[in-house]
Ligand binder design. Structure first.
Ligand SMILES: Cc1ncc(COP(=O)(O)O)c(C=O)c1O
Length: 380
């Protein structure tokens, strides 16, 4: 049988490659982006309570209404924006599915989607499966900033979507209010949807405010914002998130959602609806992760690695140009094999990588893991 792949260029992801290498060399894995500590005990008890209470059948297609109401309250508290839980929220099987569904719903064959590289690895394949054409804007050192005049010039009559991500994985940068206002001007009166990946909304440091598309009423009318409970509640394995947008977009989003997921697992929805009643469950996150970021940076201060201070996410970039002129993929291998710490190079996140000498470390780890990794890295 002959199969024509829709994604012929797919290779093993850099996360799989680096994690396999980490295992082989017994390295501390600061490459993959998930916590090495467990999620909240109270939340785990709620999940098992609802599982054992018989909440094991289909939930409504858009998600349990109690959960959508709790999400709407969280949005109002976080961003001062009122969204309708009946019509403007859809619960999804993680942010990846929300992104894939949003792209499938609105991108037609030959449509262009502007993305910002280095980009989270699901964006380009999701666009390609929909028959769309990714148009990468390349962000680089010194600050990975976006020149919105260039973005404006990238817009053509084929542009259907602009996909942003703030706080940004892998760079740890954030968009400012001025960035969102510039974007709002670019899409104004155009048939362009902004897809905003905000999975790290609560992981933001140094008293900065997360600039969600939900804060900008005009922009919101043509936007979909995507979130992940996996990131917010240290439970990446549960794969549950949600998508928020104006009714006319969410309606079409649900039109696709019902044919590829229908509805998301029930008992975690009940548990999350109850857990979200306590805003403390997510409002402690900036301090919690900022302390981890600071610990790692403090311990690495005396090494030749130079931190690009992370403003958000649980990733921190380190510039290694004082140590080596090797490509980032080679340097990441060296760190794993010789120093015993796995990292992630940035070049696989680009179509056309620059020669920046940086690697990404994840600080969503126990203090002792960070201390141990820092001790090894201090040999550099
Ligand atoms: C920027 C970004 N978007 C989306 C996701 C996927 O989130 P989920 O696990 O909820 O699918 C991740 C996970 O690493 C991410 O970093």
């Amino acid at each position: 049988m002959h199969i024509t792949s829709k994604l012929p260029a797919t290779e093993t992801t850099i996360f799989t490659v680096m994690s396999a290498l980490a295992r082989q060399y017994n390295a501390i894995n600061l490459g993959q982006g998930f916590p090495d500590f467990d999620c909240d005990e109270g939340l785990r008890k709620l999940v098992s309570k609802y599982l054992n209470d018989g909440k094991n059948q289909y939930c409504p297609m858009a998600g349990l209404l109690d959960l959508r109401e709790a999400i709407a309250q969280k949005i109002e508290r976080s961003y001062g924006t009122i969204v309708n839980p009946e019509t403007e929220i859809c619960v999804t099987a993680g942010a990846t599915q929300a992104l894939f569904t949003a792209i499938s719903a609105f991108v037609h064959s030959g449509d262009e989607v502007i993305i910002f590289e280095p980009a989270y690895d699901s964006y380009t394949p999701s666009i390609q499966v929909a028959g769309g054409i990714p148009k990468p804007y390349r962000m680089t050192l010194p600050d990975y900033a976006i020149d919105w005049n260039i973005v404006e010039n990238m817009v053509t009559d084929k542009t259907k979507m602009i996909l942003i991500n703030t706080p940004h994985n892998p760079t740890g940068t954030i968009l400012k209010e001025s960035d969102l206002l510039a974007l709002e001007q670019i899409v104004k009166d155009k048939n362009i949807i902004v897809l905003s990946d905000e999975v790290y909304e609560h992981l933001i440091y140094d008293e900065e405010k997360h600039q969600s598309v939900l804060r900008f009423p005009n922009l919101f009318r043509q936007s979909l914002a995507v979130y992940s409970f996996g990131k917010t509640f240290h439970s990446t394995g549960w794969k549950i998130g949600y998508c928020v947008g104006p009714e006319h977009l969410i309606q079409e989003f649900k039109n696709i959602h019902q044919w590829n997921v229908f509805s998301v697992n029930s008992f975690t929805q009940y548990a999350l609806a109850e857990h979200l009643q306590n805003p403390e469950s997510y409002e402690y996150l900036p301090q919690f992760f900022q302390a981890k970021r600071n610990l790692l940076n403090e311990r690495l201060k005396e090494t030749p690695l130079k931190a690009q201070l992370s403003k958000g996410t649980y990733f921190q970039l380190y510039n290694y140009e004082n140590i080596s002129q090797e490509k980032d993929t080679e340097f990441a291998k060296y760190l794993t094999q010789e120093i015993g710490v796995a990292s992630i190079p940035l070049s696989p996140f680009y179509t056309n990588p620059p020669d920046d000498k940086v690697v990404r470390l994840c600080f969503a780890k126990k203090e002792e893991t960070l201390e141990k990794a820092a001790e090894r890295l201090s040999k550099l």
